[in-house]
Design a protein around this ligand. Structure first.
Ligand code: ADP
Ligand code: MG
Ligand code: ZN
Length: 492
C-alpha cells in the first residue's frame, strides 16, 4: 500500500531545479582595485580605500577578471554582449563596507557580460542540455566571524580581505529535473571551470558556491513556488539539501498546502533545511548603473583571441583518451573528471609510455589511498617521475606487483621514492633459483595433500603451492619463476 502511494506521488509531481553558482576567479588582484586576493593572509591586511569603500575612492575594472568571465561564457556557448554595464546593488550589511555591491543586472538595454548559453552532459545514459541564463561579474563581500560562547554569539569580527575579490555568477534556467542530476551538472561545471583555469572549484573552501532553487509542479502545469537553498559546501550537500527540500515541499503540497517562497539554509549536521526566523520581506536592491564606471566595451578581436586560445576542454580530452590511448570510455571519463590527475597522467606516460597501466594505478591504488586518507589528489606527495620510476622497477622485474602496491603505499605516506624504499627494506625480488629451490622443497614437504592433488591432475593445487612460496618469501619471490620451479619439481 504504502509503496504504491509513494510511487504515485512521485509520478504526480515533477521536480524543477535552477542553480545560481558563484565562482571566485583566479586573479592575482581584486575586481576593482590592486589588492591581493591571496587566501589565508592575516585579517584586514589586503585592503585599500577602494575595497574598504572609503569616500572618494574610485573603482577600475580588472581586465583579467573580464577575460576569465569571457573564457567561461565562451565555453558555455553563451552570446557575449560587446557592451555591458555594472550596477549597484544596494543593501546594508557589515560585511559590505560600501553598502552596495558592484554587480551586473539584466536590463533591456543593459545586458550582463554574457547570456543564453548551454552545457550538455550525459546523465543516466542520456544527453542532457541545461540552458545558461547568464554569466556576469561582480565582487565578493568581506567575511564575518562570529565569536560564540556556549552557543551564543558574543560578538562578530569582520575581515575585509575578501571584500572586492572577483566573483562570476552563472545562472541556469530551471532545467534540472532531480537532485542527482543537479549534482552531476554542478560536478561537470566545476570540472569545466578547472580546465579553463578560471576557478579552483573547491566548494569546501567556498571558492565555488551554489544556491539551489527548487519547486515541484504537477505535470503539465506552470512552474510552482520555489525555495532557494543556501549554505551547501560540497556536491554531496547540494544533492542532500535538494532531496530534503523536495520531500518537504511534496508533503506540503500533498496535504493541500502552499509552499512559501523563501530562502532556506542547509544544516549540514542535522541534514535539514530551515527558513530564517526573521520575517522575509521582498528585497528592494534599488539597482542603478554604477556612476563611477563607464560602460564596459569589449574589443571583438579580443573576444576572438580568447575563443581561439581556449584550452582543451573535458569532453574533447575524454574523446582523445579513448582514441589515442585506447582507454575505456569509463576510465577516460573518471580520469578527465579530475584535471590535476589527468595532467599527472599525461606527464607520467611521457616517462613510462603505457597509458593503460598508468591509468589503472592512478584510478586504483592512488585514488584508493587518497580516499581512505580523506585527501585530495593534489595533496599527495607523488610526482609523475616517482610513479614512472616505480612502474619501471615493476616492469623490469625488480619488484613484483604485490610489492609495488606496498611500495606505492609507503611512497604516498612518506613522499620517498621507490628505489630508496626498495634499498632500505631489501625488497628486491628473489630471482636466485637456488634460494627459491630450497623454499620450494620446504613447501612440498609441508603440503603433501595439495601435492598429491596436483599430481592427480588438479591444476588448481599449483596455485595454492605458489601462494605458499610467496608467503614464505613475504611476496618477494618472482611468481613466474616459482611456477616453473614447482612444476619442474612435481613433474620430475
Ligand atoms: P532572482 O532574479 O530573483 O534570483 P530568477 O527568476 O532570476 O530569480 O531565478 C533564479 C534562479 O532560480 C534561476 O536559476 C532559475 O532557473 C531558478 N528558478 C526560477 N524559478 C524557478 C522555479 N519555479 N523552480 C525552480 N527554480 C526556479
Ligand atoms: Mg537570485
Ligand atoms: Zn583594495
Amino acid at each position: 500500500m504504502r509503496e504504491n502511494a509513494t510511487t504515485k506521488v512521485q509520478d504526480e509531481f515533477e521536480i524543477v531545479i535552477g542553480l545560481e553558482i558563484h565562482v571566485q576567479l583566479l586573479t592575482a588582484s581584486k575586481m576593482f582595485c590592486g589588492c591581493s586576493t591571496r587566501f589565508g593572509a592575516p585579517p584586514n591586511t589586503q585592503v585599500c580605500p577602494v575595497c574598504l569603500g572609503l569616500p572618494g575612492s574610485l573603482p577600475v575594472i580588472n581586465r583579467k577578471a573580464v577575460e576569465l568571465g569571457l573564457r567561461t561564457a565562451l565555453a558555455l556557448n553563451c552570446t557575449i554582449h560587446p557592451q555591458s554595464q555594472f550596477h549597484r546593488k544596494n543593501y546594508y550589511y557589515p560585511d559590505l563596507p560600501k553598502n552596495y555591491q558592484i554587480s551586473q543586472y539584466q536590463y533591456k538595454d543593459h545586458p550582463p557580460l554574457a547570456s543564453d548559453g548551454h552545457l550538455t552532459f550525459e546523465f543516466d545514459g542520456q544527453a542532457r542540455t541545461v540552458r545558461i541564463r547568464r554569466v556576469h561579474l561582480e565582487e565578493d563581500t568581506g567575511k564575518l566571524v562570529h565569536v560564540e560562547r556556549d552557543g551564543t554569539v558574543l560578538y562578530s569580527l569582520v575581515d575585509y580581505n575578501r571584500s572586492g575579490v572577483p566573483l562570476m555568477e552563472i545562472v541556469t534556467e530551471p532545467d534540472l529535473r532531480s537532485p542527482e542530476e543537479a549534482r552531476e551538472f554542478l560536478s561537470r561545471l566545476r570540472t569545466l571551470l578547472q580546465y579553463l583555469e578560471v576557478s579552483s572549484g573547491r566548494m569546501e573552501e567556498g571558492t565555488l558556491r551554489c544556491d539551489a532553487n527548487v519547486s515541484l509542479r504537477r505535470r503539465g502545469e506552470p512552474l510552482g513556488i520555489r525555495t532557494e537553498v543556501k549554505n551547501m559546501n560540497s556536491l554531496r550537500a547540494v544533492e542532500k539539501a535538494l532531496s530534503f527540500e523536495v520531500a518537504r515541499q511534496r508533503e506540503i503540497l500533498q496535504a493541500g498546502g502552499e509552499v512559501v517562497q523563501e530562502t532556506r539554509h542547509w544544516d549540514e549536521r542535522r541534514e535539514v533545511t530551515f527558513g530564517s526566523r526573521e520575517k522575509e520581506e521582498a528585497q528592494d536592491y534599488r539597482y542603478f548603473p554604477e556612476p563611477d564606471l563607464v560602460p564596459m566595451v569589449l574589443d571583438p578581436a579580443w573576444i576572438e583571441e580568447i575563443r581561439r586560445t581556449l584550452p582543451e576542454l573535458p569532453e574533447e580530452r575524454r574523446r582523445r583518451y579513448v582514441e589515442q590511448y585506447a582507454l575505456s570510455p569509463h576510465d577516460a571519463a573518471l580520469l578527465v573528471e579530475n584535471k590535476a590527475m589527468a595532467d599527472f597522467f599525461e606527464a607520467t606516460i611521457k616517462l613510462f609510455p603505457q597509458p593503460k597501466t598508468v591509468c589503472n594505478w592512478l584510478l586504483g591504488d592512488v585514488t584508493g589511498y587518497a580516499n581512505t586518507h580523506g585527501m585530495e589528489f593534489t595533496d599527495l606527495p607523488l610526482t609523475p617521475e616517482k610513479l614512472a620510476e616505480m612502474l619501471k622497477l615493476m616492469e623490469d622485474g625488480t619488484i613484483s606487483i604485490r610489492l609495488a602496491k606496498e611500495i606505492l603505499e609507503e611512497m604516498l605516506a612518506t613522499g620517498k621514492d621507490a628505489s630508496s624504499i626498495v634499498a632500505e627494506k631489501g625488497l628486491v625480488q628473489i630471482r636466485d633459483e637456488d634460494a627459491l629451490r630450497a623454499i620450494v622443497e620446504e613447501v612440498i614437504a609441508e603440503n603433501p595433500n595439495p601435492v598429491r592433488d596436483y599430481r592427480a591432475g588438479k591444476e588448481k593445487a599449483l596455485t595454492f603451492l605458489v601462494g605458499q612460496v610467496m608467503r614464505k618469501t613475504s611476496g618477494r619471490a618472482n611468481p613466474d619463476l616459482v611456477n616453473r620451479l614447482l612444476k619442474e619439481r612435481l613433474h620430475g
